[in-house]
Design a protein around this ligand. Sequence first.
Ligand SMILES: [Mn+2]
Length: 360
Amino acid sequence: MHESVHIPEIILKIIRARGIGEDMTEEFFSPRPQLAYDPFLLSEMKTGVDLLLDAVDSGRRIVIYGDYDVDGITSTSLLMKVIGTLTDNVTYYIPSRLDEGYGLHRESIDRIHEDGGEFIVTVDCGSVSRDETAYAHSLGIGTLVTDHHNVSDVRAEGTVINPKLSEDTYPFKGLAGVGVAYKLALAVARTREVPKAVMAEVLELAAIGTIADIMPMVDENRTIVKCGLRSIHLGCRNRGLRHLIDQSGLDYRTLRASDISFGIAPKINASGRLGDASVGVRLFLAETDAEADECCRMLINANQERRRLQDDAFEKGLGMLDDELAKGDFVTVEINDSTGRCHIEKQRYVQGHRPLDQDR
Ligand SMILES: [Mn+2]
């Protein structure tokens, strides 16, 4: 540990209890953490990079297939930026939270096919999409799955980059979807020329997605978040992000992880909750101030609307509770924060017993 830094005993006790040993203390507190692993340690990374670069070189139309939450939106934007330095023939697809739901779908693949898509790179989803990847292959569409979700016996066809694959020996299993996408970007940058400025910019997105997806703030995630935050503090390279920080009344020079959790992430999420998650991607890809401002306005409005729906639902729920509690029932109220709908469950409460549900 650095001599001049005094760490209070109680803090040391806490981090030891959390498994941070003496040898990791300096790294844990360092503003410039070094801990990072070779992206090619991910078991299918080499195959994945080869497949992707082959699609780039043969001019196939590449589609990044994401998700409507912040992790999915930052992952999609990150790969759009990096692959966009190698080819113009790259676009993205975010399924609708309301009509399609999470993950790969046949209907979405049909749409991509009709649109001329020839190679799908999933981010933050796809590990268990066996039928859907098989369907894509039957249409002549190649796939590369990148994901961080738990895997089951059902596994996507073709190449899957995911530290949670049972045979994968990557040293850290806690990456966000955007962490895995960033690893793919690093592996591409080790194989082809990608401008350093772009790699620095996308690290900011990796930090946002990792924080928003509530990943454990240990190991390589700390490196990603600290390095990404430092890039934001030094000027914030991503135009859209800088505008959103500004218009949220925050200061990029002092932005903290909690500002991202409570001030930035909900706005990026709000567009997906209310319909069109692509606004978040458009924000991060914005090339002019006017475009960035337009996206910020839409996100901030969507977030206000989301809040209003949530507050209404909460009030409605409280009203339902008052009525039911008066009858002495055991009550749970489920609030859907996307639709503002409330659903009430009642169970007769008998003193000394668990609530009975069989006889109702
Ligand atoms: Mn995720």
